[in-house]
Every structure is written in C-alpha cells, then in structure tokens.
Design a binder for this molecule. Structure first.
Ligand code: ZN
Length: 481
C-alpha cells in the first residue's frame, strides 16, 4: 500500500455547514470520518517524528491501518507527552504560515497549539456550524460579553461573522443591561449573547433580581461548564436555553448542544472515544475518560489525545434533525467556584491564570485544595527552570484574592495524584456548596452554616460576588481553556 504524504482533505465549507450535519446519514458521516482518519494517520506516521516513534514503539503497522475500527490500536497521547516532545510533535510547515494559540489549561501545564491557516479555518467552521445550527445568522444583533477570549483570533472570527456589540469587562449592570436593550444605539434589543459563562450568569441573576427579562434567540456561554443553577437563571432571564459548547484549545469544538439540549459530536472534525481507567474503549452508555482525535489537524496532530474529562457516548437519538451522533454532558469538568470567608466566590479561571503576568508558568502541574474556608493548600510540581520569584508572585495573588483570614500553604510534590477515574482535578474543595434558588440567595444569609463549623452547606451571596467582580475582574474574566 502506498503511504500518503499529503494531509487529508475535509469536506468543503457549504457541505460542512449546511449538509453534513442535517441531511447526510449518520453512517455515511462516520464512514467518511474513518477514511479521513486513515489518511491522517498515514500522513502523520510518515511526517511527524514524535508520532512515528510513539507508534513504532507500540508496534503499530501503519500500512494495515484501516480507519476508525483500528483506532484503539494506537497508543494514547496527552498534554505532557505533546509538550514534552516539543518540535518533534509538529510538522515542518513554515513558521509564518502557522498561528499559535496558548493556554495555561485546566491541567496546569501550558501548551502552545500551532495551526496552519487552513486548519484554523476548519476549526472556525466548527464554531460557525454550532451557531448556525442553533439558529444564529450573520444579520442577527449579537452582543459579546467581555472576555479575553473574544480578543483572540477565534473571537475576531465571531466578530466578523456576526453583527456584534460589546459589553466591556468592567461595565456595571446598568451598562450591561442598556447594551442588551438598545443594540449599538439602534433602539432595537439584542438578539443573542455570547461570552464567558460566569459573566452571563451574574447578569442573568441581576436581571431576575430587578424583575426583568430580555428575551433572546440564543445565549452561548463559553469557557466553563454551565451548572444547573446557571442554566436555570439564564433560561429565566433570557427566555431561552443556553447552548453549551464542549471543546478544548487543542481540538476546537468537540460537541455542542442543539435546541433539544443534546450534545452532538462534530464527528467529521473530531472523533470521540470513551475509555475506562485501563484505557479500554467503553461501549455507548458507559461513562469513562474522553479521548479525542482531531481529523483536521495534521501540522500539530492530536491523535487519541486524552482529555481530563468524564463523559459517555450516548445511546439515545435526537429528533432535532441533526444526524451527528450524541454524547452525554461532561461530568467531570465542573470548574468549581471556590467560596471565600467573605462570602464571595472565586472563579476557577483565576487560579489558571496566576502566573500570566510573569510570562512563564513556574509549575508543571498543580492542585489547589480547600479543606475548609480558612485554609488552602497549593500542591505543585515545579518546571525544570523553576522561578521562585514568579511562583511567589502567583501565591501572593491567591492571598490577596482569598483574604487575610485564609491561610495558604504551599507544598512541592513529585506528582499530582490522579482521581479514581483517571481524572486530574486542579481545584478540590471539601466544602459542598448547596446553591439556593435565585430569589433566596440575594438575601445573603452568607455562609451561616459554614461559619458555624459544619462545613456542609452554605449560601452564596451573589451581591458580594458581583462587587468582587468589579474589584478584581480577572476572577471572572477567564479565557476558555
Ligand atoms: Zn439534537
């Protein structure tokens, strides 16, 4: 068999946007994905040194690789392997032809993802399809909620595609509401809202507190998992169900919600497998760790890439008209907000960006444990070129944010332990938040039971949280992971 040395071609734009997701039979989409996968694996196996060696040492015979059914024969990759491989995990495309996207990531270690311009286009098509299939059109009046994400290239794309008006990061609620009610001074209300989950959630709460609703066609929260209470508040305030997008910077969009609330997998762009803690593929309906293969990425490939998320391939079918297969919502990626003794909540994104100002993360892996409201433990594995000054700056940011009544202890470790399911959790709170209904939590009983020492339940005082947002926007203005 001839080994291809060209990256595979994906379907053309119009086919991808308007046909693949809706008209084509599921079996046909999967067959085509399998074909693309075969071409990708043969290309990568001959062109990318890291994969060539990784697969050779696992005894993979590339000439016999047929596609999706043979995917489990390839060994896993993960962030550490790819980052560790450096240039060997990347193709020989000229540097001025690639775009670099960086993230500190939910598992702590920074990764710099390189995409060619064609691959960027493929990734954007995923976003475009997600918005399009949820009823958004370029002429709709879209408000984008302040988020650094929107100032990145991907955000710039959305701005080009959509008529967009901005809510600034430091805008108060009055200004936010005005932007939605009077789109770009036209006197017409906005039709859709895209932006960081925490910001949209707080705005929804404020609307409800004021007894207001602003009906929208679509609300698209980005960055963190939309928790049940957040969903409820957004649905009530904006009269529409928020549509969630599951993705990762390494892969782009992976799955997204349709109007029925089901998560459809972008199977013609990304193949999703679910494996158990031994790495064995699990049947539909069984929960395990998410492993993804990006079909469109040949320059810096992610093949059988382990994410630290827990989900299942779904056994259900959706009657929304999309033929893309379903997966269950992500279970293990709840980016817990940490409560402070003052009664406010700190976004997990705050902790993922501790070292941004220093330019280089001094830690390879980390875990923050909150045993109770007065204590925090920061466990970390130092990078080889550990910079104590940068580390101390990051720790000082935690102390400033959590308040003087909270003691922070740092602990150097050899490795951050995995959870029982193989999931590595960066933020572990021993407190169990019971989020109360929208009307109650404004009253702000604040942490009565937690302060009383039982540690079992407490009430979020969202007024305090909102003030904290104004004082330290970085706590909620996190970028997507
Ligand atoms: Zn559907």
């Amino acid at each position: 068999m001839v080994i291809r040395t060209q990256p595979p071609r994906l379907p053309p734009l119009l086919d991808f946007l308007f046909y693949s997701a809706k008209r084509r039979a599921a079996e046909k989409i999967e067959r085509r994905s399998s074909d693309v996968l075969r071409q990708l694996v043969q290309f990568v196996g001959s062109e990318i040194p890291f994969y060539r060696e990784h697969w050779r040492s696992a005894g993979v015979n590339l000439a016999e690789f047929r596609g999706t059914p043979d995917l489990p024969s390839l060994p896993f990759t993960d962030k550490n392997l790819i980052v560790g491989a450096g240039a060997a995990a990347i193709g020989a495309t000229a540097q001025d032809e690639v775009v670099v996207m960086s993230t500190s990531g939910t598992s702590g270690r920074a990764i710099h993802v390189q995409r060619t311009r064609i691959e960027m286009r493929q990734m954007r098509r995923g976003l475009l399809r997600y918005l399009f299939c949820n009823g958004l059109r370029p002429w709709h009046r879209v408000v984008t909620f302040a988020s650094p994400w929107l100032h990145t290239r991907r955000g710039a794309f959305i701005q080009r595609f959509c008529k967009t008006s901005f809510i600034a990061a430091d805008a108060d609620f009055d200004a936010q509401i005005k932007t939605l009610q009077n789109y770009a001074g036209t006197g017409k209300p906005a039709e859709a809202l895209i932006g960081q989950t925490g910001g949209i959630y707080l705005l929804a709460r404020e609307l409800l507190r004021r007894g207001l609703t602003i009906p929208l066609r679509a609300v698209a929260p980005t960055g963190t998992t939309v928790m049940a209470e957040m969903r409820r508040a957004m649905r009530e305030a904006f009269q529409t169900d928020p549509i969630d997008l599951y993705g990762a910077i390494e892969l782009g969009p992976v799955a997204w919600q349709c109007r029925r609330g089901n998560y459809h997998v972008d199977i013609d762009r990304v193949i999703v497998e679910i494996v158990d803690d031994q790495g064995r593929p699990l049947p539909r309906g069984k929960f395990g760790q998410v492993v993804c293969t990006a079909l469109y990425a040949a320059h810096m490939p992610f093949i059988r890439y382990r994410l630290l998320d827990i989900s299942a391939l779904s056994t259900r079918r959706c009657d929304c008209g999309l033929t893309l297969p379903l997966m269950e919502p992500i279970q293990g990626r709840i980016n817990d907000f940490l409560p402070t003794l003052r009664g406010d909540l700190v976004s997990p994104h705050f902790f993922f960006h501790l070292f941004d100002a220093t330019g280089k993360s001094p830690v390879k892996e980390w875990r923050l444990i909150q045993p109770d409201l007065r204590n925090l433990v920061y466990e970390y594995v130092p990078e080889a070129d550990f910079d104590p000054g940068a580390f101390e700056l990051g720790m000082q940011r935690i102390r400033d944010r959590m308040g003087p009544e909270c003691a922070l202890r740092t602990q150097r470790v050899d490795a951050v332990p995995m959870g029982a399911t193989g999931k590595r959790t960066c933020i572990v709170s021993m407190l169990r938040p019971a989020i109360v209904s929208a009307s109650q939590s404004w009253v702000g009983e604040r942490l009565d039971s937690a302060l009383a020492g039982d540690g079992a339940t407490y009430h979020f005082n969202m007024d305090v949280y909102a003030n904290a947002v104004q004082a330290a926007p970085v706590a909620v203005a996190g970028v997507n992971q």
